[in-house]
Design a protein around this ligand. Structure first.
Ligand code: SF4
Length: 592
């Protein structure tokens, strides 16, 4: 940090959260990095704060916050989610908080607000009145650049040259170097660098009616070299994990015939160049991507297969390709100009399963499709949900795997009311008969999953107190409580452990149980002579009573043997406690 009295811009990262633009920690979004890139290029001093850091300062150091604002040259805030949902590690700035931020900024100071949430709140009628405040509806970075050059606020779009310049400057900016997730409490942090690969959708002439992507016109690609250079700069700044976002379809990156063809032809070369180019840098650890267009895959199986193989070779396991089917009902398909029909979907799901279902080093299938449904599309009837369910059953009867089924309800202009009873029954049936069995197949009991980052205690949301020693110290390990964590990457499964694990540490687990949308896990390689009663009770087949007997037998033996290990091996320990040794003990206990 620079001196607190130095005049500087204040950038507040309100976390973007779009399917193709992840920015909620551990992700750092690209739009806020471009804003920092503009300030870097103008050589202006600035401070980057996540909205969580701002919240903490507002609560715990209000004087310091007021001091920062008093000495600010201006404030930029990128707000990313119109209605923030439920998050584990950080929550996007809300409208109330945005208003609170505006009230705290000294009058007349330049304030620029941008991001999807600002556009959404404006459309809903939000019109804050204050001098020198500008709500960007185009590119926040280009708007800031224009203001810094001319002193005037105007809506602006970035040029291709500016895109590259600000992406590269942003990769080494404070949005990365000062991000709280770059360096963790116990070693490298989980920061994941979201990259914008391109903008727009190949269906720009006649795209899905509910979608805004077609309005962006002909897709704008960034070249593999440009992206690889951005990621190289991020590695220099300490980044290890990357997700390729900003892609409406991984398969049509630099596709052929985008202007002429209804189904442009996938081009395996540039995506291979990009993915292998990124992999060639040994500093890269996790690499994921997102979104595939099933109709493109189905219509061009040969090049799509080449791309699928490249994805499986280069991505980290657990990668998901979200497929937007939205509805299996042909009338809904027609009324909304949807992207793919059930036959195309099945063909695409089959291809991805063929290469992607094999497990990788983190214990997960390498690459699987996700499936998105939308409820509320024009033309829907009760029968629509029967067709959706029939398609899912069909896929499962063919033994095909899906990593996630996302059912989203939409409302408002351009949508129709949802047939409530049919919709509720569809959701419940999917949860019970499709999601549940899929979870058990994807994460079978006893499956080892590596590098789980532990993030919260006793609830599914990380709280400010979780960053204190009370929760991060090695001393809490094994005490009573519940710990939640996830592996890195796109759409990781939530893992719960039924005892405390120091937060912000990383460990491997085996799967010990399944919830509705989460699993329970138990760490492996634990030292049997220091395992607590809670840890022992978490081993399947042991339970609370036997855990107590084991602890009592171990304490008795320790008194006898002094500094030596209480038993020669785990077998003798279990025999002394009269507890049957379960098969999982040898996995869980280091010398068991
Ligand atoms: S295919 Fe996807 S990105 Fe393209 S218009 Fe449809 S929903 Fe939007």
């Amino acid at each position: 940090m620079t001196e607190a009295t130095e005049l500087r811009w204040l950038v507040i990262d309100g976390y973007e959260d779009e399917p193709a633009a992840f920015g909620v920690p551990p992700y750092v979004g690209f739009h806020v990095r471009y804003v920092c890139g503009v300030l870097e290029r103008h050589r202006l001093p600035y401070l980057y704060l996540t909205v969580d850091q701002w919240r903490r300062m507002e609560r715990q150091q209000p004087d310091e916050m007021a001091h920062l604002l008093k000495h600010a040259l201006g404030v930029v805030c990128v707000a990313g989610a119109v209605v923030p949902g439920k998050y584990l590690r950080g929550t996007p700035i809300s409208l109330n908080e945005t208003q609170q931020l505006l009230r705290s900024v000294p009058s007349g100071l330049p304030v620029l607000m941008g991001g999807w949430a600002i556009r959404g709140w404006r459309q809903q009628g939000w019109q804050p009145l204050r001098p020198n405040l500008f709500l960007a509806v185009q590119d926040t970075d280009a708007t800031l650049d224009r203001f810094l050059n001319t002193g005037e606020w105007n809506h602006r779009r970035r040029t291709a040259e500016q895109w590259t310049a600000w992406a590269h400057a942003g990769a080494a900016s404070l949005a990365v170097r000062a991000h709280p997730d770059l360096h963790g409490v116990h070693g490298p942090g989980p920061l994941t660098f979201e990259v914008e690969v391109y903008q727009g959708c190949v269906r720009y002439k006649r795209g899905c009616k509910f979608c805004i992507e077609p309005k962006k016109g002909v897709p704008l690609w960034r070249t593999p070299e440009d992206i690889i250079e951005e990621v190289r700069l991020a590695h220099e700044a300490g980044v290890q994990h990357v997700r390729l976002g900003g892609m409406t379809d991984t398969y049509t990156y630099m596709a052929e015939g985008v202007r002429e063809l209804e189904y442009p032809i996938p081009n395996p070369e540039p995506i291979a160049q990009l993915l292998h180019g990124l992999r060639d840098d040994e500093r890269l650890s996790l690499l994921h991507t997102d979104n595939g267009n099933p109709s493109i895959i189905a219509e061009h199986l040969e090049p799509a297969e080449a791309i699928t193989k490249t994805l499986v070779e280069t991505l980290s396991d657990g990668a998901v390709l979200s497929f937007g089917l939205e509805s299996a009902d042909p009338s809904v398909h027609e009324a909304n100009w949807l992207n793919c029909d059930p036959a195309q979907l099945k063909s695409a799901v089959r291809l991805v399963n063929k290469h992607g279902r094999v497990r990788g080093e983190r214990g997960l299938p390498k690459l699987l499709p996700g499936l998105n449904f939308i409820a509320g599309l024009n033309g829907e009837t009760d029968a629509t949900y029967g067709m959706n369910l029939a398609l899912l059953n069909d896929l499962r009867n063919d033994g095909l795997l899906l990593r996630r089924i996302n059912i989203r309800q939409v409302e408002g202009e351009g949508f129709q009311p949802v047939p409530e009873a049919a919709f509720a029954s569809f959701k419940a049936t999917v949860r019970d008969t499709i999601d549940g069995p899929l979870l058990e197949e994807l994460f079978p009991l006893g499956q080892r999953l590596s590098e789980v980052h532990w993030e919260a205690h006793d609830g599914r949301t990380r709280l400010p107190v979780h960053l204190t020693e009370t929760h991060t110290s090695p001393e809490v390990h094994g005490r009573a409580g519940v710990t939640f964590g996830r592996q890195l990457g796109a759409y990781p499964i939530l893992i719960g452990a039924s005892y405390l694990i120091p937060l912000e540490t990383v460990s491997d687990v085996i799967v010990t149980g399944h919830g509705a949308r989460s699993i329970t896990g138990l760490e492996v390689d634990l030292n049997p002579w220091t395992m607590t009663e809670k840890q022992l009770a978490a081993v399947p087949g042991i339970g609370a009573k036997s855990a107590w007997s084991l602890v009592a037998a171990r304490a008795k033996a320790s008194r006898k043997r002094g500094a030596a290990a209480p038993f020669e091996d785990v077998e003798r320990w279990f025999a002394a406690a009269k507890v049957p040794l379960t098969p999982l003990c040898s996995v869980v206990m280091k010398n068991g």
